[in-house]
Design a protein around this ligand. Structure first.
Ligand SMILES: [Zn+2]
Length: 496
């Protein structure tokens, strides 16, 4: 232990401060320092920040006697061996037939299941500060929590902190810190009317085009339209994003689902709960002053209006993102967040959360009592009709949605909604990867794909709650200790 510690501290010292120093010096003495730079580049060492969580480290690793859920929806297979070679899945098959390379580190995983790392598309690196008008960036705690919870790829689905998610992505990709591979969404595309100081108010379609190009130039790979965008601005944003072969989603209100699908949007967030299609006398380009919830409380999911919307969205190839986790927090009679999630909160954030949760639990006339089950019904109907259902958690609301823990909860809620465990697992793995255009690299356990996978004690294909028992998360073939990652940010969510 002591030796490991010294070694990793030494590594961190040897690489980080020195390489920064060299970067600085390079500007002045580039030719003289070229040789040392090359030498350092050839001996990559991991900073202590990352190394402290690494529990499995080998060029070649063989996971033996394990149950495999491959993410394609195929039944779980017992008694399998998975070989990971330099970060890539090299072999998968019956333990009796897969040859284990002589140099492999062998992990006997009897009683365990492996499934692909989750690919979730409505994640954020921010968390509500409590006042409703500011969201604090959680670039320290959330990447660790997402990875701990089994998320190896995440779309940030709207960001409140400009460059922060982009710089975080660079830090993760270069191995300076831990976290999922990110699909970074640009700051929100929204019109005036939102009481959040971090969101720019568009001045018209030209501004929307300019904003898409500005953030795409800086590395954003996805976009999100928000509640007060106009149809003209949305049209301009869709055209600009598609011109660059990038996708755009929306949490809409001023524009209806049908209008957005007609304008070519790729994805809609949250589902029926935010659709303004059923508000009587809705004014164009305006988010109804009374919100959309009363109209949803009155709608019949099996009726012709909703069914025709489902057909239309599927015909237009619009994906739908389930975020049941955030709506559960508004619904009376639902359980509190997982104990680990509550313990992860900063004490002040925890107090606010518990107080609000207790108030909601006592409500007797909340529309969410009928709207939440309707949302589940809508998502199931969309999925069964052949729609492309994706999933995320949306860590907003009043703080009950904590990264990592919530991703596991979302999986449980998809099953409660009526998907089979294998279907729900496919939604949060291969289907997410397909939408993000990454299915050739991640999203399922298949030879040639990146070694991003989760080791779970138990069998989530028969008991979905077993997803809460993750032991190890492999990303690029490196195993991280899930329990250690979770424990490292106890009491810190809401702070940073
Ligand atoms: Zn969100």
């Amino acid at each position: 232990m002591a030796l490991d510690c010294q070694v990793s501290h030494f590594r961190a010292f040897a690489t980080l401060p020195l390489s920064r120093e060299i970067m600085r010096l390079r500007l002045e003495f580039l030719p003289a320092l070229l040789l040392p730079v090359v030498v350092f580049a050839q001996t990559p060492a991991r900073p202590a920040e990352v190394q402290q969580f690494v529990s499995v480290e080998a060029s070649v690793t063989a996971l033996t006697h394990v149950r495999v859920i491959d993410g394609t929806g195929a039944p779980a297979r017992d008694g399998q061996t998975v070989v990971l070679d330099h970060g890539i899945i090299k072999a998968v098959g019956d333990s009796a037939h897969v040859a284990i390379p002589a140099d492999a580190k062998v992990l006997d995983l009897a009683g365990r299941t492996v499934m692909p790392g989750m690919v979730m598309v409505h994640e954020h690196m921010f968390y509500p500060s409590g006042g409703g008008s500011v969201y604090n960036e959680q670039a320290f705690s959330f990447p660790r929590l997402y990875l701990a919870g089994g998320v190896t790829t995440a779309r940030t689905a709207g960001n409140m902190a400009g460059y922060a998610d982009l710089e975080l992505k660079r830090a993760i990709d270069s191995g300076l810190t831990v976290g999922p591979s990110l699909d970074v969404t640009a700051p929100y595309l929204n019109g005036p009317g939102l009481p959040i100081y971090q969101v720019h108010a568009l001045s018209g379609p030209a501004d929307a085009t300019q904003m898409v190009n500005h953030w795409a130039d800086r590395g954003a790979t996805s976009f999100k339209a928000y509640m007060h965008i106009t149809r003209d601005e949305l049209r301009a944003a869709v055209v600009a994003a598609h011109k660059r072969k990038l996708k755009i989603t929306g949490h809409l209100c001023s524009v209806s689902f049908r209008e957005a699908a007609t304008l070519g949007i790729d994805n809609l967030e949250h589902g029926l709960v935010v659709a303004s299609d059923f508000v009587k006398d809705k004014k164009a380009d305006t988010c109804p002053p009374g919100g959309v919830i009363p109209s949803i409380a009155a709608v019949d999911v099996t009726g012709p209006d909703v069914q025709s919307l489902i057909k239309f969205l599927i015909a237009k190839k619009v994906a739908l993102t389930s975020t049941l986790t955030v709506f559960e927090t508004f619904t009376p009679g639902r359980p509190q967040a997982a104990k680990g999630a509550v313990d992860a909160m900063l004490p002040e954030a925890r107090d606010q959360y518990i107080r609000r949760w207790t108030q909601i639990s006592a409500q007797t006339t909340s529309p969410y009592a009928s709207v939440f089950p309707k949302e589940m019904q809508f998502e199931l109907a969309f999925y069964r009709a052949g729609g492309q259902l994706l999933a995320g958690t949306d860590p907003t609301g009043y703080g009950g949605v904590v990264a990592g823990y919530a991703n596991q909860r979302e999986l449980e809620l998809l099953v409660e909604a009526g998907l089979t465990p294998l279907e729900a697992i496919k939604v949060v793995t291969l289907d997410g990867a397909r939408y993000l255009g990454r299915a050739n690299r991640v999203g399922s356990i298949a030879v040639g794909k990146r070694a991003d996978l989760i080791v779970i004690k138990g069998d989530p294909s028969s008991r979905i709650a077993d997803i809460e028992n993750i032991e190890t998360v492999f990303k690029d073939g490196l195993g991280y200790d899930s329990v250690k990652l979770f424990a490292s940010v106890k009491g810190q969510v809401g702070l940073h």
